[in-house]
Design a protein around this ligand. Structure first.
Ligand code: 5AD
Ligand code: FES
Length: 350
């Protein structure tokens, strides 16, 4: 079992239905996780700093054309207050995420990053979309440590069908941006959604092999969840696949992808995501952690904004406060015999 997994083998695992074989996959991924990144679960406090977005992704509730959504952008004081709270909770990292919001000026965010780095011991992760290289450079200079940009699917046709280019900016290639981020010295994270309409087993297997090729430091994967105020949610015409080719957007498929991701990227930081928790509120987070994941991103967005960061409906944790999520997650981590990580929990050297 020490040969690197071929794309064909990955695809076979994605199609595997036999419960005892799947049990073997879960154990294998859990063992690889333990040997490579240990039992600590790193907590990354997530601050959703703005739900404005200039893009029109076919699946995402924050898309610019969704006028059903009230928009917000946090003030720098509000963001810094959340970051200090994360430090008090002894989280190692804050993740600032937003739609692709050019109302967030590079210099404004650079100042916030700089202050968080000066005033707290936190690692800073950004997830701001396909921003120009100069913005990425400026934030790195200000002290940002990591950047997340999912490539969503490695199938260029499917990618193009669900990601209209920005109307007023040069087209960018996400894999190219990931290389730029690496060159700038960021730890780099990416990932995909599972079960996007039009996503085949073959292309998902290729996505997973691509995680390995890119040598990612962080890989986030979660189920696609249909949002009614989006073209995909309204059943927009995506070329339907032959019977048996479409990947289902299920909880089980998500575990398979988490486990296979651990096998191809043994040392990566892999979150058990909120989208997975949304499919199984009772135990999705724990099962993700037991099938390859080693990171959780507790939501720290102020309660008045939480429900507005509606990427997809019925998102977990929109009624809770930061404090409630912290206590809930610490309990869940301990209940499965794992420990809460200390320190920034960055890339582990081979
Ligand atoms: N369902 C699941 N995940 C989604 N994302 C965006 N919209 C949806 C949806 N409808 C994910 C994308 C994006 C991340 C921030 O959220 O993968 O990169
Ligand atoms: Fe938010 Fe459990 S993580 S309530």
């Amino acid at each position: 079992m020490n040969e690197p997994l071929t794309e064909k083998a990955i695809q076979q695992w994605l199609r595997e239905e036999d419960p005892s074989r799947l049990d073997a996959l879960w154990h294998w991924a859990d063992q690889v996780r333990r040997e490579n990144v240990g039992d600590a679960v790193h907590l990354r406090g997530l601050i959703e700093i703005s739900n404005y977005c200039s893009r029109q992704c076919g699946y995402c509730g924050l898309r610019a054309a969704n006028t059903d959504l009230e928009r917000y952008r946090m003030s720098s004081e509000e963001i810094l207050e959340c970051a200090h709270e994360a430090a008090r909770y002894r989280y190692g990292t804050v993740v600032m995420q937003a739609g692709e919001d050019y109302g967030i000026e590079a210099e404004w965010l650079a100042e916030i990053v700089f202050r968080i780095k000066m005033e707290t011991p936190l690692a800073v992760t950004l997830s701001m979309g396909e921003r120009p290289d100069n913005d990425l450079r400026r934030w790195r200079e200000a002290g940002a440590d990591r950047y997340l940009l999912r490539f969503e699917t490695s199938d260029p046709e499917l990618f193009a069908a669900i990601h209209p280019p920005h109307p007023a900016r040069p087209a960018q290639n996400r894999l190219e941006i990931l290389r730029t981020l690496r060159r700038l010295g960021y730890e780099v994270g990416s990932g995909v959604m599972i079960g996007i309409p039009g996503q085949s087993y073959e292309s998902l297997a290729h996505d997973i092999a691509t995680f390995r090729e890119l040598g990612l430091d962080m890989v986030g994967v979660g189920p696609y969840i249909s949002h009614p105020s989006t073209p995909l949610g309204e059943g927009a015409a995506i070329q339907p696949l032959e019977p048996g080719q479409q990947v289902p957007n299920t909880e089980l498929m998500t575990y398979k992808v988490v486990a296979l991701t651990r096998l191809v990227c043994p040392r990566a930081n892999i979150p058990s995501t909120t989208a997975l928790a949304t499919l199984n509120l009772a135990s999705g987070r724990e099962l993700g952690l037991q099938r390859g994941a080693n990171v959780i991103m507790p939501n720290m967005t102020p309660p008045k904004y939480r429900a507005l960061y509606q990427i997809y409906p019925a998102k977990a944790c929109i009624q809770e406060t930061s404090q409630e999520c912290r206590i809930c997650l610490q309990g869940r981590i301990q209940s499965i015999g794992r420990t809460v990580g200390s320190g920034p929990g960055g890339r582990t050297k081979t």
